[in-house]
Design a protein around this ligand. Structure first.
Ligand code: FES
Ligand SMILES: [Fe+2]
Length: 349
């Protein structure tokens, strides 16, 4: 099931300021920082009269409902019920049936939650597929700099992932900024990994674009791999012979069937000016991502206008098939795609 995996709720710094509302898999949720700095994710609905807990406050590590002050612990259990004498929620007679009272324990749904790499991660299953979320590459390593971006796409997760891992769109959508058509034929090798699939490009052109001229040296050689990590992550590596290295990882949290919250981490090693590079690299990346937001919005709006998808898939759509196959297998609980010999595909960029 797709819900067995870890997804990002928000930045860890956000819950330092108070509860944070977000939606995933169509569920309204709230993240907050509980006792002993333990992060938590609960359903965003008070058990009493269903007020949104995210509009409340955190006091002494408990999430306090804004309406009558019922206060919840990180496991979702009701810890304080202000109107009841002795304020012991567990023994207070209450009922979900308005006409009766019965002695029950009160709790709201809570989900596994951890802080990692500066983000709050949650899993909407009590048995996550992996013990922890997958770490972002090189993020904590000396010599590397990173910055993050948070973007809402009006499209489902697979559409976003395909966009992030698709080279041919760059010569149209990001022309001059990222790629300019050279009509050069290049080779790509597509491989199945244990956790997804990847495409490596050989002899790809990198002329006449703002990004390449600012971030690379002409003489260096480049290794470029686009990687899909099932079910909801894309990772793009550009590794240069002069020891510059860029990794762009995007972690997709499905808001609902038509919206995806994308948390992108750009990690890079640039030599002595690494930290300064961020000052133009980030605005440049934001500009490029905006172009993707717009084309994907147009794509999805048109799909909706026609009442559904009707795609033609060609071999040069290198990773699309794999994204769909892996996500379908996970969703249906079927065996995951197994290893296969690498495929070589020619394409023109
Ligand atoms: S609605 Fe939350 S305490 Fe009443
Ligand atoms: Fe793009």
């Amino acid at each position: 099931m797709l819900k067995d995996y870890w997804y990002i709720a928000c930045k860890a710094a956000d819950i330092q300021r108070g509860p944070v509302a977000f939606t995933a898999f169509e569920q309204p949720l709230v993240a907050f920082l509980g006792r002993n700095d333990k992060p938590a994710v609960l359903i965003d609905r008070c058990a009493h009269r269903n007020a949104p807990l995210s509009e409340g406050a955190v006091r002494e590590g408990l999430l306090v409902c804004p309406y009558h002050g019922w206060s919840y612990d990180t496991d979702g259990s009701l810890a304080v019920l202000p109107v009841c004498p002795a304020s012991s929620a567990a023994t207070t007679p209450v009922s979900t049936d308005a006409t009766k009272t019965a002695s029950i324990n009160i709790a709201v749904d809570s989900w596994p939650c951890v802080e990692q790499d500066g983000y709050i991660w949650f899993c909407l299953s009590h048995q996550p597929a992996t013990e922890k979320p997958q770490p972002f590459a090189h993020m904590q390593e000396p010599g590397w700099t990173s910055f993050t971006m948070d973007t809402l796409f009006d499209a489902p997760v697979d559409t976003c992932l395909e966009n992030f891992l698709d080279c041919p769109h760059a010569t149209f959508v990001h022309r001059h900024w990222f790629r300019t058509p050279t009509l050069k034929q290049v080779k790509a090798e597509v491989r199945i990994n244990w956790d997804g699939a990847e495409a490596e490009y050989f002899d790809e052109p990198r002329e006449q674009s703002v990004v390449w001229s600012l971030l690379t040296r002409k003489k260096s050689t480049m290794r470029h791999i686009d990687r899909f990590i099932a079910p909801a992550t894309s990772r793009v590596d550009y590794d240069f012979s002069d020891s510059r290295y860029y990794v762009i990882t995007s972690s997709c949290t499905p808001v609902n069937e038509t919206q995806t919250r994308v948390h992108t981490v750009v990690t890079f090693r640039f030599g002595s000016f690494g930290r300064l590079v961020r000052f133009f690299f980030k605005p440049l990346s934001m500009r490029i991502i905006k172009q993707d937001v717009e084309i994907v919005r147009q794509q999805q709006a048109n799909i909706d206008r026609f009442g559904g998808r009707r795609y033609r898939v060609i071999p040069q759509d290198l990773l699309y098939r794999h994204i769909v196959q892996w996500r379908n297998s996970i969703e249906k609980g079927e065996p995951l795609p197994s290893e296969a010999p690498p495929e070589t595909i020619n394409l023109v960029l």
